[in-house]
Design a protein around this ligand. Sequence first.
Ligand SMILES: [Zn+2]
Length: 177
Amino acid sequence: MVICTHLHFDHVGWNTHLVDGQWKPTFPNARYVFVDDEFNYWMAHPEQEIVDDHNGIDESVRPVAEAGLVDLVKADAKIMDEISLIPTPGHTPYHVSVLLQSNGQSALITGDTFHHPCQIAHPGWMSFDSLPEQALASRKMLLERFGGTDALIIGSHFALPAAGKLVPDGQSYKLAE
Ligand SMILES: [Zn+2]
């Protein structure tokens, strides 16, 4: 199973690979799980988005859909007992984070809700967010829910170590082992 937090070009690239000049699914036996609204948003070719993202859809999303490998789910879907989605809109309109829970432990793949750990300390610092106010609200929601817990927070663009816990620090939190 391949789960995408959102459909920006730098988060879908390994969905496909180039074979004889054609983009083919990298994992033909997998199901590719996308949020329905996120998928529909990008398939409608939104004009305000950058060329790289449109290329990412055409090269790395459309081919797996045409191969019949896509399962569209709601942004708060429970994928299985151990894996569920948490809506974290803002970076893209229908961005999600992925919550993993097993044997009393949990981890959260934050996608691009946070691009850099500095946004954990300063959630108001913006990055490449389509909807800045929603992105801020999503960062605050995750900090409130997971701050001070044992959940392992996994960034997608954080430098190593790319994961840690949200430890209270001043007005907010810091990422620490
Ligand atoms: Zn992104």
